[in-house]
Design a protein around this ligand. Structure first.
Ligand code: G3H
Ligand code: 13P
Ligand code: ZN
Length: 284
């Protein structure tokens, strides 16, 4: 199968009240793990590439690997740019076959975020490429800010309503208490805010920073309208733990494949578990 647009997957997810997992690919083994997990679960899936992944592997490599994985897959696979930083980068990704792009204008004032997002929509939509935007600031778990300061960065429901009225995005990432990376405590999600946003916004909602969010909270978020759930950190943890175990048990091992095969299997297992929580098993 060729890569499919994210909008297509999210429309079905919204109708079916489940979410599609968007998993970050750090390397070839993780691309393979994502597709293997989706096939085993008979689930649609989104592979996404962050700024770090692009710096590490390059847009062309990521696109080629993913296209190959999708071509051999029996389930729908999409390729998404995660936290795109510029119009130029978006165009480069589209040129290389990405079927979805995120333009992260969350640090900009609202009007500028809307204007930049519309500039991306203008080039992406005629080519059948989906667009995700971010409103509110999600940030990282390592950001040294207090709970009340973080809450001040949450998505404002009336701004979300205006955003989707003025920029017809296919997905909107919101800030309701999650953060990227490993949490120090247990994250608390602002479900009242999510309900309020959902009342005003019919666009599929995206939850970033979803690694380490308790299973119940993820299920609740999905039941309240989250259609795309982003996971990176939990895959890295499983992958590296499995590779580390081989190195510790066999310190003289020099064949990288002896570490990477169990790492890939561990990543597949974690991704399968997430897919089941998101409710997309059997929805391919
Ligand atoms: O959205 C952030 C990703 O989880 C990690 O990004 O690959 O640039 O470290 P990175
Ligand atoms: P985690 O690494 O916290 O799972 O976040 C992933 C993410 O939101 C990528 O955009
Ligand atoms: Zn993110």
């Amino acid at each position: 199968m060729s890569l499919v647009p994210v909008a297509e997957l999210l429309k079905k997810a919204q109708q079916g009240h489940y979410a599609v997992g968007a998993f970050n690919c750090n390397n070839m083994e993780i691309v393979q793990a994502i597709v293997a997990a989706a096939e085993e679960e008979k689930s649609p899936v989104i592979i996404q590439a962050s700024q770090g992944a692009i710096k590490y592997a390059g847009i062309e490599y990521i696109a080629a690997l993913t296209q190959l994985a999708a071509a051999h897959a029996s389930v729908p696979v999409a390729l998404h740019l995660d936290h795109g930083t510029s119009f130029t980068q978006v165009v480069q990704c589209i040129r290389n076959g990405f079927t979805s792009v995120m333009i992260d204008g969350s640090k900009l004032p609202l009007d500028e975020n809307i204007a930049l997002t519309n500039k991306v929509i203008e080039v992406a939509h005629p080519l059948g490429v989906s667009v995700e935007a971010e409103l509110g600031k999600i940030g990282g778990t390592e950001d040294d800010i207090s709970v009340s300061d973080r809450e001040a960065l949450f998505t404002d429901p009336s701004e979300a309503e205006r955003f989707v009225r003025e920029a017809s995005v296919d997905a909107l990432a919101i800030a309701i208490g999650t953060a990227h990376g490993q949490y120090k405590g247990v994250p608390k999600l602002d479900f009242e805010r999510l309900k309020e946003i959902r009342k005003r916004v019919n666009t599929p909602i995206v939850l970033h920073g979803s690694s380490g969010v308790p299973e119940d909270a993820i299920r609740e978020a999905v039941s309240l309208g989250v259609c795309k759930v982003n996971i990176d950190t939990n895959i890295r943890e499983a992958f590296v733990a499995a590779a580390r175990k081989v190195m510790e048990e066999n310190p003289r091992e020099i064949d990288p494949r002896k570490m990477l095969k169990p790492a890939r299997e561990a990543a597949t297992a974690v991704i399968r578990e997430k897919i089941r929580i998101f409710g997309s098993s059997g929805k391919a």
